[in-house]
Design a protein around this ligand. Sequence first.
Ligand code: SPV
Ligand code: MG
Length: 289
Amino acid sequence: MPRARLPISDSENFLLHIMAAHSPLSAKLAEEAGFDGLWASGFELSALYGLADMSLITMTQHLDMLRAIAGQSSLPIVADIDTGYGNALNVIHAIREYEKAGAAAVVIEDKTFPKVTSLAAEGRQELLRIEEFQGKIEAAIAARQDPDFLVIARTEALIAGLGEEEALKRGMAYVEAGADLILIHSKKKDPAEIESFSRAWKGSAPLVIVPNAYPELDATRIKALGNIRMTIYGNYGIRAATTAMQDAFRRIITDGGVQNVHKDIVPVEEIFRLQKMDQVKADEKRFLR
Ligand code: SPV
Ligand code: MG
């Protein structure tokens, strides 16, 4: 059975809320919470391995996790494939692999390989020539089997400090190359940069944003802009998990045991539920003789 696609033509549900997932468990929790899709985030998976988000995670590692996530959640998955693991020829290979693995969409960014994470203060940010990145988008479009598998082009022009005019020019060039949506990323704390880009955007493709740096831009404000179709909560899974573990682990050391903390974390039965232990019990009854 083909996996779920993103309901991009459903005008009722104009703004899709996509939650970062770094594991099958986090994907399940996102699905239960009611998100429309999952973001197979490079940043989150890198952090899970204790690594910086700078093309250190291999395509195989990312694909393995995406397959594991796809096995545990029926939500559509937007795969963060960074720069596409090389040039346009690497992109062709990546698209085939990600489509087969069960992704519903990929996001490819216009940075050079190896990339450097977007949000770091004074991060080195080098962008590809526009024509070269257009070739990568055209390669992605040509390589997909299903036309509903979305190719999202991400411009890092604002992240690289090149300004709105360059970002708009790049966005238009990527639409011309066939991108289904344009992801515009910003690391400004003030959402004004994204709001201004969105108001100035005249391209035919809708926009995608990742409000990591500018959290005040909530769904009401995003919808008011009218052309943002997807909001990706890009690092909230790993940050929430880190907060919870830091708190619990510190308390266990401070308290000299788990006598207090156990009341404030989920009981093991909740983990059993997520592991579908009921099914295991039923299978035991049925098959073990
Ligand atoms: C990711 O989650 O991997 C992203 C978003 O690409 S960000 O880290 O904010 O660039
Ligand atoms: Mg990323």
